[in-house]
Write a protein that binds this ligand. Structure first.
Ligand code: NDP
Length: 377
């Protein structure tokens, strides 16, 4: 049976707004059968909807994680969130109805805990990644060995779909350890589970990003390449939408997607946009690579909070390259947002209170506000 409800409402909305060129929402079936013969039954109903899927999202506690957990949980999918740290996962509980978001403690080196997390699911997302090596995990542990263990668990329990988030520029021959291990992770995932969908996002921007927030922050940003590296920044909620569409469309299995924004920027150009938006000038200090790279490597080892790592310095010298054979947002029917149209939205919190856009309160208003002084206990 075809679900005509959402399509009809959608076309009415489109007609009312007079927007004829807006792509229509995908016409989803109420019932579908997965590759392994499992029936998926979907019913509409807002927060009490039934999404039909049981989905495990590894790395859900990070920046991108919330944009996919939210989308799945609010349409009634059961979302399993493997976590390491109690406090890091709390915000995800609210994204779905009671019982929809299930937390399971796990460790990337503990195979039984990984298997526990995937065995009841029909789709597994892997968003686990780290920009820098940590005390207990180097990049190889996270991006290659971790992926291997997850892919093996996925294959063992014959999970229908495995969607692995890699990175732009993932390449086994890259001079950057991050890109190299991401490239090897892709190969490992495909060799164990050939139907793996690989997603390579460009640098992400959004509320919790490490791009706009870093450039707008008060701490000086040390760079080596005068911020000349170029890439196509992508809006995190767009990547969330793309990840959601992949589970609804089985033709995305075994495909590779490069998800990038519509406009190419250098970091210096973004820093200029940021300065204009926050009405402040942030200083960025350029140091030679021969000095910054070893210093960053050393600081990254001795300090226990995230600082610039040696590999991040190396990545400053690598521009984003687009793989022409990979699919993009266009193949998923998504129009990606452009960075400059959203900088105000994401950066207004960095403006000084002097630019707060409410008229100043009059003396009378101020007096009336303090009419009563309550003493409650
Ligand atoms: P975050 O750094 O915000 O989140 C990373 C996630 O991975 C967290 O949930 C973290 O768990 C988990 N994780 C990291 N190391 C380990 C480990 N050793 N064991 C278990 N879990 C671990 O990443 P984003 O959300 O920004 O990115 C999501 C994915 O997209 C990553 O794979 C990243 O490499 C990739 N990507 C991101 C880009 C960006 O600009 N942000 C650009 C290109 C690719 P915990 O909370 O417990 O630490």
């Amino acid at each position: 049976q075809k679900s005509c409800g959402p399509t009809t409402i959608n076309s009415l909305r489109t007609a009312r707004r007079g927007l004829t060129n807006v792509p229509r929402r995908q016409n989803l079936q109420d019932i579908t059968i997965t590759r392994t013969g499992k029936p998926i039954i979907r019913t509409q109903g807002g927060r009490s909807a039934l999404g039909g899927h049981t989905v495990t999202v590894f790395g859900a506690t990070g920046f991108l994680g919330r944009y996919i957990v939210n989308r799945l949980a609010r349409q009634g999918c059961t979302v399993i969130v493997p976590y390491r740290e109690e406090m890091a996962k709390r915000h995800l509980k609210l994204t779905g109805d009671l019982g929809r978001v299930i937390f399971m403690e796990y460790d990337l080196r503990n195979t039984p805990s990984l298997e526990e997390s995937v065995r009841h699911s029909d789709t597994v997302y892997n968003l686990i990644g780290r920009e820098y090596p940590t005390k207990n995990f180097d990049l190889e542990d996270v991006h290659v060995e971790g992926v291997e263990r997850i892919a093996e668990a996925v294959a063992k329990y014959d999970v229908d779909r495995f969607i692995h988030v890699s990175s732009y520029n993932a390449d086994v021959n890259s001079p950057s350890e991050f890109f190299k291990t991401k490239g090897r992770g892709e190969a490992v995932a495909r060799s164990i589970f050939p139907e793996t969908t690989i997603v390579r996002p460009a640098p992400l921007f959004g509320f919790e990003d490490r791009l706009l927030n870093k450039l707008a922050g008060v701490t000086n940003v040390f760079t080596s390449n005068s911020m000349q590296e170029r890439y196509w920044p992508v809006h995190a909620p767009d990547v969330g939408e793309a990840l959601e569409k992949m589970i609804q469309d089985d033709t995305t299995a075994s495909q590779t997607y490069e998800l990038y924004g519509p406009k190419n920027y250098s970091t210096a150009e973004i820093a200029e946009l940021v300065d204009r938006e926050i009405i402040k000038h942030r200083r960025h200090i350029n140091l030679p690579k021969a000095i910054l790279k070893p210093t960053a490597g050393l600081l990254n080892k001795v300090l226990w909070w995230p600082v610039l790592s040696a590999d991040e310095v190396e990545r400053e010298f690598i521009d984003q390259k687009i793989d022409p054979t990979a699919k993009t947002f266009k193949d998923l029917g998504i129009e990606p947002a452009e960075l400059s149209s959203l900088t105000f939205h994401y950066l207004q919190g960095y403006r000084s209170a002097a630019y707060y856009d409410l008229p100043p309160a009059t003396e009378r208003e101020k007096r009336e506000e303090k009419k009563y002084l309550h003493v409650l206990d």
